[in-house]
Design a protein around this ligand. Structure first.
Ligand SMILES: Nc1nc2c(c(=O)[nH]1)N[C@H]1C(S)=C(S)[C@@H](COP(=O)(O)O)O[C@H]1N2
Ligand SMILES: [Mo]
Length: 387
């Protein structure tokens, strides 16, 4: 790969410039490659990696990060029942159940309730190393969920807020010894406290453009600080009820099975996938003359970050620097690390983030009692080759 090519590859499809004007972030703050910078190859990328499996799934190649916001054509995407087609012109969001005024809201109706921006990143709860490509960060435009719920008037008995996508599929639903073949919707729920909090958001645009079909056009839910599965795409209905919703994607597929020591006794807990666990990972390594630089990503539930450290091979932990282009409670955050004295050969890089409550990203060993692979936030090694 020549220098020119690597730079062009990294910038190709990048819309950092479009995002730039909007937020007024100065050039110097953007982690795009400098003219003379080249990528240092990773040696741990699986041979059979499929970055793009149209139309359903796409991984983000983190080496191509060129600004705080992930362009729409690079944003990772995944879902369970393919992409339904919803016409934005005739679209209506239904609000039903325990409300004083049931609603059928067009996009224009929603925009009249309010229109504001939210910077939020998320990862799929299945995101993991070495590639960690099921994530992204965007500037979303939409309306806080709370405002929409308030316009409908939530009744005191309301406890559970169920969000249905327009997508659905036939499932064998097991109950005790019985199995029912049913056509079920993609559904997720939030309890009253979360649903009525200021954070959850109904978004119709990403980085200043209408959502694409991939991203859930025309409307999706975003629960900032939570794993991707909460962010119901093609949102068609909010149904408000008393009883807890235990649909497949709420209670069965998206749970974590983990052993926890409680009062000296190991208890196997099965918990719902909700807020993102504290996590950092190395995204790329670049070379500029004889200088090497590591760029990495931090994702968590919005708790402020204290520090990130990077370790090369068996060396000591060294402090990394937080990048000023990624601020905002729910934004992903970039860190950089100047790797001095890199020697030819293969090396292992690993990062570790600490938040302001003192929580430290766990080691793989500390995460060993977690049996299911979702919520994988262990310190993850990357291997690079210095020539
Ligand atoms: N309607 C609907 N919404 C959905 C899903 C789905 O299958 N159907 N998948 C969820 C999961 S598991 C993830 S990780 C995110 C992915 O969002 P993205 O494609 O914008 O990255 O969407 C979530 N929202
Ligand atoms: Mo996911």
């Amino acid at each position: 790969m020549s220098m020119q090519h690597s730079r062009r590859d990294v910038l190709r499809g990048g819309l950092a410039v479009a995002g730039l004007g909007v937020l007024g972030i100065p050039d110097w703050a953007l982690p795009a490659l400098a003219q003379s910078e080249t990528l240092v190859p990773f040696t741990d990328i699986p041979e059979n990696v499929r970055w793009d499996t149209p139309p359903d799934r796409r991984l983000t190649d983190l080496r191509t990060i060129d600004g705080p916001f992930t362009p729409k054509d690079k944003f990772a995407t995944t879902q369970h029942y393919g992409h339904p087609v919803v016409d934005p012109a005739t679209f209506k969001l239904k609000v039903s159940g325990l409300v004083d005024r049931p609603k059928q809201l067009s996009l224009d109706d929603l925009k009249k309730i309010g229109s504001t921006d939210l910077v939020a990143g998320f990862e799929c709860s299945g995101n993991r190393g070495p590639l960690n490509g099921l994530c992204g960060n965007g500037k979303w435009t939409g309306v806080p969920l709370k405002a929409v719920l308030e316009s409908a008037g939530v009744k005191p008995a309301a406890r559970e807020f169920v969000f249905f996508g327009a997508d659905h599929g036939e499932e064998e639903v097991e109950w005790r010894t019985q199995k029912f073949k049913l056509d079920v919707p993609f559904g997720r729920s939030l309890n009253r406290e979360k649903a009525m909090s200021p954070d959850p958001f109904l978004a119709w645009s990403l980085n200043g453009e209408p959502l694409t079909r991939h991203q859930g056009s025309p409307l999706r839910l975003l629960v900032p600080g939570w794993y991707g599965v909460s962010n119901v795409k093609w949102l068609s209905q909010i149904h408000i009820q008393e009883d807890a919703y235990t649909g497949k994607y709420q209670s069965r597929w998206y749970r974590t099975i983990r052993g926890e020591m409680i009062d000296g006794e190991m208890k196997y807990m099965e918990t719902a996938v909700t807020h993102m666990n504290l996590k950092s990972f190395v995204a790329r390594v670049t070379k500029d003359g004889s200088r090497y630089k590591v760029l990495g990503v931090v994702l968590n539930d919005g708790t402020p970050i204290k520090s990130v450290d990077v370790k090369v091979d068996d060396g000591p932990w060294q402090p990394a620097t937080m990048d000023p282009s990624t601020t905002g409670k729910y934004s992903w955050k970039f860190f950089t690390y100047a790797w001095n004295g890199a020697t030819p050969g293969e090396h292992t890089l690993i990062s570790r983030v600490t938040d302001t409550t003192g929580k430290v990203q766990p080691t793989a060993q500390e995460n060993e009692t977690k049996k299911s692979f979702l919520e994988e936030n262990s310190q993850a090694p990357r291997k690079v080759m210095i020539s």
